[in-house]
Design a protein around this ligand. Structure first.
Ligand code: CMX
Length: 436
């Protein structure tokens, strides 16, 4: 047994005992009152999930096991001095609750490189069977489902295992799945945007550095950007669509591939992960319509009002939980200031940031007029040379695997049962409101 599994047993089993005790002995404790408004507007604020990997504060933003993003940029192991933290490191932190040593992060890197070698050929056949112009998220998710033929959880389940041990083959499947996603994403990227000329992985590189390399970007700045991108998108508590969908499907004991695939279908929606692509559509259309490379603040104001008047959303702005500028936006802005201060895309992003919140705030109904992670990520990738923005949600998905699949391992450690909320007809709600 490797030392990560021993660590999971050490921290996971005592915590699982507490969860079982809370559910059994304290099951009658009332935690919260829920209003009709909450139920009918997306269950916002309804505490109904147990997730320990990260916590989202409306004012402060995300913390991973208690650490903010700037703190993690200081504390997590890096590939090189002054660089960005390794995604392997945040995975370890989310999984065990402890900061990893350099050698812990290196061990995961090596494990993932090893496990990524054996992607079955039918996975690439499935991708190749799709038209090249099928959206990369369709290709990505088809590949994820095709990989479920390899599910170690399914095989172990069929042999008849004790439910206390479910977490173990889940961990194995999660490690396999995460290890393979950069290869799959890069394969799709090169297939769609670079005439199918594939680039072999470089065994000396880390997980995210290798992704940049296999996509065709070998400069250190882009590799560091990919590390940062993979870290900041990795997790956002349990209730966001991709995490919640992964958890929900996983609660039926579906294997990690099925569960993650469900999450990725949610990520592909324009109000969630696909917003990073929508932002680029909006910016590029604005530039085309106005006929300038960098629209002025006045022009952006006018264009924003026109978009809103058509009943459309301003992508990259607003959030279901956050009520301030997303710290994931801020760390990307800092990266851009350091590495690409002259990028015209960044000037557009800054101009939008200067005018859009005030307009959205003035409408009155929008709870959060501030930018979220997607307001800037595409412009950053574009400035680094990755201009084919249909791949952006796939990159978000590769990163999101780290958080939602760690959550799945914890769901199995906790022994959480199948999820089954109650639904009611409209009559029930009318009656509660006293409407005849
Ligand atoms: N532009 C225009 N209108 C917006 C808006 C925006 N950016 N954000 C919210 N609104 C509107 C909502 O559509 C809603 O309108 P109706 O009352 O007419 O239905 C109203 O304001 C209230 O919405 P809210 O409670 O503030 O926001 P929600 O929790 O319902 O939705 C979100 C949150 C993110 C879906 C929404 O802000 C949005 O659509 N933003 C643009 C898309 C986007 O950037 N998504 C990415 C989020 C981050 C991620 O998951 O990756």
């Amino acid at each position: 047994m490797d030392h990560i599994k021993r660590k999971i047993i050490e921290v996971g089993l005592p915590t699982a005992k507490i969860v079982r005790k809370l559910a059994k002995k304290h099951g009658d404790v009332v935690t919260q009152e829920v209003t009709m408004g909450q139920v009918l507007t997306g269950m916002k604020g309804v505490v109904s999930l147990l997730t320990c990997t990260s916590k989202l504060d409306p004012e402060e933003g995300i913390r991973f096991r208690g650490y903010s993003l700037p703190e993690l940029q200081e504390l997590l192991p890096k590939m090189h001095e002054g660089g960005e933290p390794l995604p392997e490191a945040i995975f370890y932190l989310m999984l065990t609750g402890e900061l990893p040593s350099e050698s812990d992060a290196k061990y995961i890197s090596e494990q993932w490189a090893l496990r990524a070698r054996d992607i079955p050929s039918h996975v690439f056949d499935v991708i190749n069977a799709l038209p090249k112009d099928a959206h990369p998220m369709i290709q990505f998710n088809s590949a994820i489902l095709a990989m479920s033929t390899e599910s170690k959880f399914r095989k172990a389940y069929l042999t008849g295992m004790n439910k206390k041990d479910y977490w173990d083959p889940t961990y194995e499947g999660v490690m396999d799945l995460i290890s393979r996603l950069p290869r799959i994403a890069a394969y799709i990227y090169r297939r769609v945007f670079h005439d199918g000329k594939q680039i072999e992985p470089d065994s000396s590189l880390d997980w995210a550095g290798n992704l940049a390399h296999m996509m065709g970007y070998d400069d250190e700045m882009t590799k560091d950007l990919m590390r940062l991108y993979m870290v900041i998108h990795s997790d956002h508590e349990g209730g966001n669509v991709s995490a919640h969908a992964t958890h929900l499907v996983g609660s039926a004991l579906s294997n990690p591939y099925y569960s993650f695939s469900a999450g990725m279908n949610g990520l592909a929606g324009p109000l969630h992960g696909m917003a990073n692509q929508e932002v680029m559509h909006w910016i590029n259309k604005m530039k085309r319509d106005i006929g300038v490379e960098v629209p002025s603040k006045e022009q952006i104001k006018e264009y924003t009002k026109q978009t809103l008047a058509k009943g459309q959303v301003i992508p990259g702005y607003g959030h279901a939980v956050l009520r301030k500028t997303d710290p994931r936006f801020t760390v990307q802005l800092d990266f851009a200031k350091k590495h690409m201060p002259d990028s015209p895309y960044m000037e557009v992003v800054s101009n939008i940031y200067d005018v859009v919140p005030e307009i959205l705030g003035s409408i009155g109904k929008i709870k959060n007029p501030w930018p979220n992670v997607d307001a800037i990520s595409g412009s950053l990738l574009t400035s680094a040379g990755i201009k084919d923005f249909n791949i952006y949600t796939v990159l978000f998905g590769v990163s999101r695997s780290l958080g939602v699949l760690t959550q799945l391992i914890w769901d199995r450690l906790y022994g959480l049962p199948i999820e089954r909320p109650k639904s009611q007809s409209l009559d029930y709600f009318k009656e509660k409101a006293g409407i005849k």
